[in-house]
Write a protein that binds this ligand. Structure first.
Ligand code: ATP
Ligand code: MG
Length: 352
């Protein structure tokens, strides 16, 4: 869910607290909580938030949406670096949910912090963002109740038809534009966090769970997730004078994911599961990947707008929603916007 997290460094890097691995010299930026936490935090003395002996909901007003004891695990869906996801049935209603069980147990202060995060996440409501319904503290083990997506994730999917890809990209961008409007940065956009259901709805998952894991996982834990979809300036803060714009970082990750769907493989000249150093070299030291010449002009331009090395040159999510690749492949809007691409400026040259 997050990069290899080096231990905290003593110094600072242009106002950002840097984290360093002792065996490597490249700093990673510390999470900027002000970017990701858009709402005031509720009081830390919230009821139900500190029990460690039973299953309690993390709901400050006691307005339990779902009672934990009414959930029945059906089967395990999958596991990631931070936890295991189960399909569960809410017995009284027969409704299906996904339950993410986060590895390890956490002490009271961490759980209280997580409860505050969940309260914020519960407020997020968009058709292209997986709904986070509740969080349970089961004997210190954190379990997050999520909307169930019956089609699973887009990891490993090959989507060579541009109209299909544009439809997926449009939905992901709608969710991302919504989050960014609320000053929420996802920080972990990648195919396994893009889920689909039988109605062909694509939704962004794990934006909250990733944030939780980022704060709770042992920084030296070697099982943390990949840096494969992270932008060059996030991996190596020296590339952008120590500044990290999380919004632009999300756009890079989206571009890598969309290009991966199109070509059917990780688009850099390195294995996605490669080691940290190989990925870092491929992502930070070479030109960003491009869509192949066989792709349409619109699609190649779209990818170039996402995969600019210079973060300020990347288009925003709301700009990309108006890109000809999205608009011209959207049948309900294509008549209105079919000539829009003639009005848009040409792509800026890829920076070195
Ligand atoms: P990592 O933890 O390294 O980011 P990941 O995203 O694959 O990897 P999880 O978020 O734990 O790890 O998810 C494991 C798998 O569970 C996903 O690949 C996905 O297929 C499935 N999954 C996650 N959330 C849901 C959900 N809400 N509905 C249906 N399936 C889900
Ligand atoms: Mg995930």
């Amino acid at each position: 869910m997050k990069p290899v997290q080096p231990p905290l460094a003593a110094g600072s890097n242009r106002g950002l607290r840097a984290r360093r691995r002792q065996d490597l010299t490249l700093p990673l930026p510390q999470r900027d909580a002000s970017l990701a936490v858009p709402l005031p935090l509720p009081p830390s003395s919230a009821p139900n938030s500190s029990s460690s002996s039973a299953s309690s909901s993390c709901n400050p007003n006691g307005r339990n949406v779902i009672n934990f004891s009414e959930l029945e695990r059906a089967n395990r869906i999958g596991s990631g670096s931070g936890g295991t996801v189960y399909k569960v049935i809410h017995r009284p209603t027969g409704r299906l949910y996904a339950l993410k069980v986060i590895y390890g147990t956490h002490d009271d202060s961490v759980r209280r912090q997580i409860c505050r995060e969940i309260e914020i996440l519960r407020d997020v409501d968009n058709p292209n963002v997986v709904k986070c319904h509740d969080m349970f503290d089961h004997n210190g083990e954190i379990q997050v109740l999520l909307e169930f997506m019956d089609g699973g994730s887009l990891e490993g999917k090959h989507i060579p038809r541009e109209p299909d890809l544009a439809d997926h990209a449009r939905q992901i961008l709608s969710g991302l534009a919504y989050l960014h409007r609320r000053h929420i940065v996802h920080r972990d956009i990648k195919p396994s966090n893009l889920l689909i259901n039988a109605r062909n709805q694509v939704k962004i998952a794990d934006f909250g769970v990733g944030r939780i894991l980022e704060q709770t996982m042992d920084p030296c834990n070697s099982s943390v997730g990949t840096i494969a979809y992270m932008s060059p300036e996030r991996i190596n803060t020296d590339l952008n004078h120590g500044r990290y714009d999380g919004y632009a970082g999300d756009i890079w990750s989206l571009g890598v994911s969309i290009l991966e769907f199109y070509v059917g493989r990780f688009p850099f000249a390195v294995e996605r599961q490669g080691d940290w150093a190989s990925l870092m070299v491929a992502i930070c030291m070479s030109q960003p990947p491009e869509a192949p010449p066989t792709a349409s002009r619109e699609f190649r331009h779209f990818i170039a707008c996402c995969l600019q090395r210079e973060p300020s040159r990347r288009w925003s999510a709301s700009q990309l929603l108006k890109h000809p690749f999205i608009v011209n492949n959207n049948h309900t809007q294509s008549q209105v916007h079919r000539n829009l691409h003639q009005l848009l400026p040409p792509p800026r040259p890829l920076s070195s």
